[in-house]
Design a protein around this ligand. Sequence first.
Ligand code: C6P
Length: 414
Amino acid sequence: MSHQNLETLDAEAIREEFPILQREFDGQQVVYLDNAATTQTPEPVIDAMSDYYREYNANVHRGIHHLSQEASIAYEEAHDRVAEFIGAAGREEVIFTKNTTEAENLVAYSWGLNELGPGDEVVLTEMEHHASLVTWQQIGKRTGADVKYIRIDEDGRLDMDHARELITDDTAMLSAVHVSNTLGTVNPVSELVDIAHDHDALAFIDGAQAVPNRPVDVEAIDADFYAFSGHKMAGPTGIGALYGKQHLLEAMQPYLYGGGMIRKVTFEDSTWDDLPWKFEPGTPQIAEAVGLVAAIDWLEDIGMERIRTHEEEIARYAYERLEAEDDVEIYGPEPGPDRGGLVGFNLEGVHAHDLASIMNDHAVAIRAGDHCTQPLHDKLGVSASARASFYVYNTREEVDKLIAALDDARELFA
Ligand code: C6P
């Protein structure tokens, strides 16, 4: 199905490409509002992966038979497609990882363990996901580097004056989320990267919640590293990507060792293959790479700008409906260009887990908990929050179902 002839995004038509969205629980069609955790998969992506297993499944890089050649070409070219999608110079700058978390660890272990020491500082934000927060915290403990956090203000935006204060010549690495998975805040990442570069620090941007739903150009942002996950962008689980500037990746030690990443091995020593293979040891995620390419093709056919607009609209509608409820507290900035497609909130007197459970009785899937941002929840003064997160296929009617279910929660718990 081509989406190009539609002036605005037609969520109803798009839904038809997702068999899972037709599922019913107790006679109610599922309302899937947990897209920041993982998105659903459209037929073309499922078909691409199934075609791979039906038609050209083989190991890559090492075979000279037809099947291996086809699989190798598909796998290698997947790097080119991802590079093009995010504005990287070429496949050398795109390393496939398991997910965003592994991409964070790759840089933290490969670069951080070797380059950081006492006196160095790693600057994070208070809204970091545990994927970067826990990782850099541990690397800090092992290297003696200090970890500092840029404050958020009352609206859930970064305090940029504090950022300018905190990032100094002692800063070696800045790591920041592009879009917060808890507050929905879209951070001014180019500005953050510029501040880091003014002090000769490197900048890692966590794009897990950005790449799925807005155009991202890593060169325009000028990030040194940028990471995202396939499963949050209509693609498969098990694959994510780390973008890194070529000269930095070239200077870094491999993170994992084994076959497929070496050039020459003797009993005494080994040398490494070219980028990106140097960072991709062992049999990689071949079917998943094929699925990721299909997801990118599918998203680009809709248009990333239209996806952003749609998400902003749905999130604005959800925000306004929730804001109209006196007993609902919403976290993060007001709707606008610096708020992404999710709304985190709490209903007074009802624990977020109980709320999610009531929603589930209505087949409305939301997430409740700390969303892997425990320190941020401490800062907000709550142990958990509920979160509705949207994607291309969500509609206003689905938001209405979420709002309607609030009454049940009040009756039962408040
Ligand atoms: N956030 C959520 O429900 P992985 O799990 O490696 O694909 O992504 C980790 C990650 C990193 N950064 C951000 C900003 C994220 O939101 C996530 C994943 C999910 O919010 C699971 S906690």
